[in-house]
Design a protein around this ligand. Structure first.
Ligand SMILES: Nc1nc2c(ncn2[C@@H]2O[C@H](COP(=O)(O)OP(=O)(O)OP(=O)(O)O)[C@@H](O)[C@H]2O)c(=O)[nH]1
Ligand SMILES: [Mg+2]
Length: 348
């Protein structure tokens, strides 16, 4: 493409992005869906749309829903959506889909569950796939949440699909993290091992219709109390979160309104305008998002056709142990900063 053809293509996609943003914001759900596809594909139209929408976002409560595979997250989210709708609130769900063939079935099952809301324009459900982008899933998920936020969804659930990749990571992009656990023996141990309890703001012992749920909840509470006593010994050092433990059954619908109430209390305390903890969360989210974008931009530059050969030569030097990877990274950074196209420089 010539430089002028490139410029006019850029201008075209920027116009398209702005039109999509305007339409989505005025309530056009198909435009919103198309815009989220652009976000997922990291197009320049998406960047143009975000330039408009990002300043309008920052009001919604982003709730991460995570937990081991099969804990009942999707069923619970479906019930939470029902509860929010019963209260007249618009609600959106982003399902993080690491695009593994194994979880295809789970997403399909979720679609069936969500059929109940098919005709309701105030429910918006979408799965986000990473499609192998360098920046990872955080970047497009945070951008998608900002778009939904700007389009008037005050409550957004970000649900992980249990594969272990995104379970803890979701906490970095959510305002509030719900960790869902089944009452089965050993589930707590798994959650501890996976570091899930450390990121939880609220732990839901789900499937409370099954035996053992009460015991599992008491056990968890006891464990967290011991943790709190241990924290006091930490003195002034930052202490881990002490989550509330709630019992629910996503399937039977019990305990669901209590979860929504707990979410609202947190939102009232930390959300919209109030500081400190919320600030920390927002900074962490901005950091996760920027890290993804920076990695992506750097990747683009390094593999730009004009630079690819030089990048390849540096890679080769590392592979052949002629250059250590840290020195290689520094060289590449310097070369990108200078706009140069240098091959590897030997350290000697
Ligand atoms: N008894 C009981 N079973 C439930 C409950 N909620 C979900 N289940 C069942 O547990 C299984 C998993 O439910 P999902 O909602 O798909 O769980 P998930 O955590 O989203 O699973 P992944 O997306 O695969 O990680 C299904 O067979 C559900 O029918 C509940 O409250 N009680
Ligand atoms: Mg699920």
């Amino acid at each position: 493409m010539t430089a002028s053809a490139e410029a006019s293509a850029r201008e075209g996609s920027s116009v398209r992005g702005r039109a999509l943003a305007d339409a989505a914001r005025s309530g056009d759900r198909r435009a919103l869906a198309r815009l989220l596809t652009q976000i997922e594909d990291r197009t320049s139209a998406a960047e143009a749309a975000l330039r408009i929408l990002y300043p309008l976002a920052g009001k919604a409560h982003l709730v991460g829903v995570t937990g081991a595979p099969g804990a009942g997250k999707s069923t619970l989210v479906a019930s939470l959506v029902g509860e929010a709708r019963a209260g007249g609130r618009p609600v959106a769900v982003l399902a993080i889909d690491p695009s593994s063939p194994i979880t295809g079935g789970a997403i399909l099952g979720d679609r069936v569950r969500m059929q109940a809301y098919a005709g309701d324009r105030d429910v918006f459900i979408r799965s986000m796939a990473s499609r192998g982008h360098v920046g990872g899933l955080a970047t497009s998920t945070v951008a998608a949440a900002a778009v939904l936020d700007a389009c008037g969804f005050p409550l957004i659930f970000i649900e992980t699909v249990g594969t272990g990749q995104s379970e803890v990571a979701v906490a970095a992009i959510a305002d509030t993290t719900l960790v869902v656990q089944a009452p089965e023996m050993g589930d707590e141990v798994q959650a501890i091992k996976a570091g899930l309890l450390e990121v939880a703001d609220i732990v839901v012992v789900n499937k409370a219709d099954r035996p053992g749920a009460d015991r599992a909840a008491s056990h968890l509470r006891a464990m967290l109390t011991v943790g709190a006593q241990h924290d006091r010994a930490l003195g002034d050092r930052p202490r881990p979160k002490r989550p509330d433990v709630l019992l629910a059954s996503g399937m039977a619908g019990t305990g669901v309104s209590e979860i929504l109430a707990a979410l609202d209390r947190r939102e009232a305390k930390h959300g919209a305008g109030s500081r400190e903890q919320a600030d920390g969360t927002r900074l962490a989210r901005a950091e996760a998002q920027l890290a993804g974008i920076l990695a992506e931009r750097l990747h683009q530059q390094l593999w730009d056709p004009e630079r690819a050969a030089a990048t390849e030569a540096v890679l080769r030097a590392v592979a052949d142990h002629e250059l250590d990877p840290y020195a290689a990274a520094d060289q590449l950074l310097v070369s990108v900063a200078k706009g140069g196209r240098d091959g590897p420089t030997s350290a000697t």
